[in-house]
Ligand binder design. Sequence first.
Ligand code: CMX
Length: 141
Amino acid sequence: LVTAVDHVGIAVPDLEAAIAFHRETFGLEVTHSEVNEEQGVHEAMLRAPGDATGATQLQLLAPLRPDSAIAKFLDRSGPGLQQLAFRVTDVEAAMSALRAKGLRLLYDEPRRGTADSRINFVHPKDAGGVLVELVEPAEVH
Ligand code: CMX
């Protein structure tokens, strides 16, 4: 079902400040950044310099709007770990397999995630208190 831990996501109030902190403190490098309007986030992906392409990344997530998932998370919990993302080869198949085990998925159909990936989430109450994202990466041409 799961082929890799794709990324770990941290909610931050200020994306540029968080990127600078992770670069200057831990030496991480930004590989990608984008605005995802539907998810209400301005986000960046970072990796350790020794990691190969495809290694687990760190995702920094800043809110675009006060009613977004990240803004609500920051209001409730403050900055910190918000999600664990598993890479899958077929997000619909993963959704079916998890639904068959009685887990609740947040969306009926996959939505657009980072870099045109297809994503869904398992409700944190059904995954040990962790918001689990399923990520099917876009095909690389
Ligand atoms: N991790 C663990 N638990 C969480 C959580 C998180 N990130 N977010 C909420 N919860 C908990 C709450 O604390 C609450 O627990 P209690 O009932 O014990 O207080 C419970 O889950 C349900 O909370 P809720 O008020 O019903 O729901 P919220 O409005 O907090 O929304 C969630 C939670 C997961 C449905 C919402 O954050 C969501 O839709 N997330 C998916 C989208 C997302 O996170 N987008 C940003 C990232 C985009 C990307 O990765 O590309």
